[in-house]
Design a protein around this ligand. Structure first.
Ligand code: SAH
Length: 404
């Protein structure tokens, strides 16, 4: 692990404008650059910042200084003063592991161990795929602390290997201390494609080249549910990526599954993933833009027992919220037209800027607009390895509608 940098940090003291102070008292982890009222010295990447109460002068929270982000300080601890040291990080990893333990009692060896802000480590993600741990960093603040965090990660998970992934933003700005995206920082990686289990279903992920850390772990509970509903059914999996929903459906006994995605490479992975599991159903792939692909299926009068629509985040910025809502509405309309009588439409959203209530309202109005009625089977949010600690941490929602 001597490839990890040794970076000296210092301590800063800040006070906040009143509105920001109120938010921090509610344990919100973000301090924007324009909410800082006073700062004693200039900060560098990863410096420890103590936030003091403006009037009483006592400790409110502490966090790490990020000169590259408008979220200038990312808070990691609130309430009483504490030492941020190796033990503190070990305690965080161990608390996070405790939360995930029930999941590890199932036939699953892939999970998110650290979910950024929601585990008090803003911009720090750690995902496990069998014996390989993938750390994905979204902020420069973590470089000085990598040595401290890696050790408890190895001790607690017993992983053989750690791969470092760096966000695109991170790679494009500032010092990354001779570290590369995809670098193995502990152990040896025998094969960049890892085979892992998700509720008894086998998948593979490319931990070096795959999206995010290789796979999307967040929908695990929804995929399991779709698998349970799929026996003897025909299923359309839209925005399928590596076939998460498709493969659970096939394993659950689906008669026929079509995985639709714009990326041929993603669909090749979906194909590969389905062959890892014993199943009798047919698996077809359709390379297409979702909106066009759905319309062409409608034009050929095709219908499915179950349609799953799980698009990428449509609202990456505040200004895109309305456009995102319109896209959700269009997808719900297209999906409704493809579901048989008494069939199931599963609609998901991973845009944190579109809150659950709005997403479900849009979905339901859109279904009704096609002249169909529905009953709600279920509405779900995050699986337990994606805990939610602050409003922006909640991004995933999924509605199951039975259409008549
Ligand atoms: N449902 C997946 C995750 C979806 S990720 C799972 O359970 O793992 C989003 C996917 O949408 C990516 O694979 C991406 O290639 C695909 N995508 C993005 N834009 C698209 C479009 N316009 N039409 C079809 N697929 C699209």
């Amino acid at each position: 692990m001597n490839i990890l940098p040794t970076i000296k940090t210092k301590r800063l003291a800040i006070k906040l404008k009143p509105s920001a102070e109120k938010i921090v008292k509610r344990k919100h982890p973000w301090v924007f650059e324009d909410s800082i009222a006073k700062q004693n010295i200039e900060g560098d990447t990863g410096d420890l910042v103590i936030v003091y109460d403006t009037k009483k002068n006592n400790f409110l929270a502490c966090g790490l200084y990020d000169p590259y982000s408008p979220i200038r300080v990312k808070l990691i601890h609130f309430g009483k003063p504490t030492q941020i040291n190796e033990d503190w990080f070990a305690a965080k990893v161990s608390q996070a592991y405790e939360i995930r333990k029930p999941l590890l009692k199932t036939d699953t060896n892939s999970y998110r161990l650290l979910f950024g802000e929601n585990d008090n480590l803003p911009g720090f993600i750690a995902d496990i795929y069998d014996n390989v741990l993938v750390v994905k960093l979204y902020s420069h603040i973590w470089f000085p602390y990598l040595n401290w965090i890696i050790k408890p990660l190895i001790d607690i998970t017993g992983c053989d290997c750690i791969v470092l992934r760096l966000s695109r933003m991170l790679q494009s700005k500032g010092e990354i201390y001779n570290l590369k995206d995809g670098q193995v920082i502990y152990g040896t990686l025998e094969n960049e494609v890892i085979i892992f289990r998700e509720h008894g279903v086998l998948f593979s992920a490319n931990v070096i080249k795959g999206h995010k850390t290789g796979y999307f772990l967040d929908h695990r509970h929804n995929r399991k549910r779709v698998g349970e509903l799929a026996k003897g059914k025909t299923v359309l999996d839209v925005f399928s990526y590596a076939g998460g929903f498709s493969v659970h459906a096939l394993k659950g006994g689906a008669k026929e599954v079509i995985s639709l995605d714009i990326s041929k490479q993603a669909l090749d992975m979906a194909k590969e993933n389905s062959t890892l599991n014993i199943h009798q159903g047919k698996h077809k792939i359709m390379v297409a833009d979702a909106f066009e692909g759905l319309q062409s299926l409608i034009d050929t009068k095709k219908k499915f027992d179950i349609v799953v629509i799980d698009p990428p985040s449509f609202a990456k910025r505040e200004s895109e919220i309305q456009k995102a809502k319109n896209s959700y509405a269009r997808l719900a309309v297209l999906g409704s037209k493809l579901v048989v009588n008494n069939g199931i439409l599963v609609l998901a959203s991973c845009s944190s800027r579109v809150i659950a209530e709005d997403f479900f309202d849009i979905s339901e109005e859109s279904i009704i607009s096609t002249g169909r009625t529905f009953s709600i089977l279920q509405k779900t949010k995050h699986d337990i390895d994606h805990p939610i600690n602050f409003p922006e941490g909640a991004y995933l929602k999924c509605g199951y509608y039975r259409l008549n």
